[in-house]
Design a protein around this ligand. Sequence first.
Ligand code: FMN
Length: 256
Amino acid sequence: MWSNLCALVGTLTITFGVSLTGVHSNAFTSQKQQPKMTTLRTVIFLSSARTSAPMWGGDARLGDRVSNWVQAHLSERASKVGDEDVTHEVTVFDPIEVFGAGGALAHSGAQMSTPTFFTKDVPEGAKAMGEKIEQADAIICITAEYNHSVPPGLSGMLNHFGGSKFKCKPSGIITYSSSPWGGSRASIALQPILHELGSLPVSRMVHVPSVAELIKESGEWEQEDHRMKGQLAGMLDQLEWMAVAMKSQKEKSGVF
Ligand SMILES: Cc1cc2nc3c(=O)[nH]c(=O)nc-3n(C[C@H](O)[C@H](O)[C@H](O)COP(=O)(O)O)c2cc1C
């Protein structure tokens, strides 16, 4: 049933995380030093729906390399916000699946023939996708750059859902490109979209230039100490801090 629903939405949900705190030796200390654990529900949006290689040769979708890297990093990451250990339960929305046959938004397409918030008659897959976004604590967009802007696969997924699904949650922007500019101009175009949806993009961003030269298909970097690799941890530090703060405030006073 669940796997059927996942196939319908076009998502993958994985729980990641490493506790930083060791095992306690007796009941007293375990009561006193009980670690606080926060699992952030983190939704990743991919952007490229590319399924073909250029006729002059070239690589398959480079976004998969970046996505593999980011997901592996999240699974190994051991982070703290204050005294809380933070882990991630990750859901990935891939436009190839979401807009493909049987996908959550196949009925409407990235061209938005039926925005989900225009109708009560929303297909089950789209409803489930909307619920996942609404329940998320943090958003991550992994985007290519199309003509200095956001590819339609990503803007199509974001546009389908109104601001009520995104508000009071932070977002992190990761761009990449086959060129040396790393897709950074797409990040500038993406910020107002996220703002308008009520999500606050954190100031640190990740830009990966010449992806095919830097990241292997597995998501591993060719050069472990490459300076561009370090951007991800810095962005996630901000994203997690904001997500924990907003989650706690929402639990106290709801969303506005
Ligand atoms: C329609 C289109 C527009 C593009 N525009 C840009 C651009 O403005 N800047 C850039 O650095 N690369 C641009 N590219 C090249 C992409 O960076 C490159 O195709 C990249 O591999 C796309 O990501 P993907 O491999 O995940 O599909 C463009 C590619 C396409 C198909």
